[in-house]
Design a binder for this molecule. Structure first.
Ligand code: GLN
Length: 401
């Protein structure tokens, strides 16, 4: 087989996706969605909704195409979306964001994370603190940027960080702390104490904070609190979000970064050579979405909450210990009672579609190889599906379908 040099190998290895003989594997999401399709399983694996988002937002995309918004957008994003993002940050969080200097639009939150990491870290001496389990792209992108990943564990069932462990992880070598709140894959929402401690440590060690808030409108009790709203945080925080979850349009890939102008400029310096600009009509549509009335945003949280409740009850009835999700598309359950001797959640999830007709994601896909054994029986189920789909999956898991 020929040798292909380049950064791909360390990126794939960073994500735990380099197989024997240096063969790159697809992400766990692609693998499980393909397996669900092949077996006809109910797909509670990859997190995407099975219904369309609001008609106004879909119509706005069609209208933008019809009206000729089909050429390159400005590098920072179309002015309507820059303004809409700034207005959203003010309306929901009281944050003052200058639409001309403190926002950049990206190809989803994924490009925002990639451009931010490539912009702000520079080689192995730079450490990036993440909460483990972590969204798979974090380890891959940290590896691509050449930096060193420093995981802080979140443990079943409440998945809150231990503040002493967190304090030990953040040092003067820490260049940035990535905070995904609400948290994928665990469904946790960080406690006020954890949020305050992250900001205190970042100030003390002069680290940047990068937040991933793609589930900001999918919190079930109370409201989401962006770290940028905490005293002292705004000047060192880049906040990332995306329209995919909020508008049930994960295929549109419209994301954004907000924060201090100098940091946003650094991100833009990289972003403009990754994608240059992003899909113009979808930017117009997300601009319209962000301006929807408050009832829309409250409604999506309430709808998903009912789905989460049904999923949690179904898993409980099937004998799983369930971590109560406070937000996001996801619920984590302990499958210990289902595991054969020597089997882990990865083996279990690869067998489940064929055996029972349900696809799910093992938490081992979200942790570094050295820590897999600590998450070996935990499985993530997606609740962002129609109620009848969740009911069918629950019946299959109970063995009564
Ligand atoms: N964010 C989605 C999830 O966690 C999937 C995204 C992807 O396929 N990369 O399931």
């Amino acid at each position: 087989m020929r040798q292909i040099p380049g950064a791909w190998r360390r990126t794939a290895r960073g994500a735990g996706l380099l197989g024997p003989g240096d063969v790159p594997a697809p992400t766990i999401f692609a693998e499980m969605t393909a397996l669900a399709a092949r077996t006809g399983a109910v797909n509670l694996g990859q997190g995407f909704p099975d219904e369309d988002g609001p008609a106004e937002v879909l119509a706005a995309a069609q209208e933008a195409i019809r009206a000729g918004a089909n050429q390159y957008a400005p590098g920072r994003g179309v002015p309507e979306l820059l303004q809409s993002v700034a207005a959203h940050q003010k309306r929901f969080y009281g944050l003052d964001v200058d639409p001309d200097r403190e926002v950049v639009v990206t190809a989803g939150a994924t490009e925002a994370l990639a451009a931010t990491l490539l912009a702000l870290v520079d080689g192995p001496a730079d450490e990036v603190v993440v909460f483990e389990p972590y969204y798979d792209a974090y380890a891959a992108l940290v590896a691509l940027s050449g930096a060193t990943l420093v995981p802080v564990p979140l443990r079943f069932p409440d998945f809150q960080p231990d503040l002493d462990e967190l304090a030990r992880a953040v040092t003067d070598r820490t260049r940035l702390i990535i905070v995904n709140d609400p948290h994928n894959p665990t469904g946790a929402v960080f406690s006020a104490e954890a949020r305050a401690e992250i900001v205190r440590l970042a100030e003390r060690h002069d680290a940047w904070i990068v937040t991933d808030e793609v589930y900001e409108h999918l919190v079930f009790d109370g409201a989401h609190v962006p770290l940028a709203t905490l005293p002292g945080a705004a000047e060192r925080t880049l906040s990332i979000s995306s329209g995919g979850k909020t508008f049930s349009a994960t295929g549109w890939k419209v994301g954004w970064v907000t924060g201090p102008a100098d940091l946003v400029d650094a991100v833009l310096a990289v972003k403009q050579f990754l994608t240059y600009t992003n899909a113009t009509p979808f930017q117009h549509a997300i601009a319209a979405g962000l301006a929807l009335p408050g009832a829309y945003f409250a409604g999506i949280a309430a709808t998903l909450r009912a789905k989460r409740d049904l999923l949690a009850a179904g898993l409980h009835d099937a004998g799983y210990a369930v971590s109560p999700a406070a937000g996001t598309y996801f619920t984590v359950a302990d499958a210990s009672h289902e595991l054969e001797p020597g089997q882990d959640a990865g083996d279990f999830c690869r067998a489940l579609p064929g055996r029972v007709g349900v696809a799910a994601i093992p938490l081992t896909a979200f942790v570094s190889p050295a820590h897999r054994s600590e998450y070996a029986s935990l499985v993530r189920f997606a609740a962002c599906k129609r109620l009848e789909v969740i009911a069918e999956a629950s019946a299959r898991l109970r063995g009564s379908a």
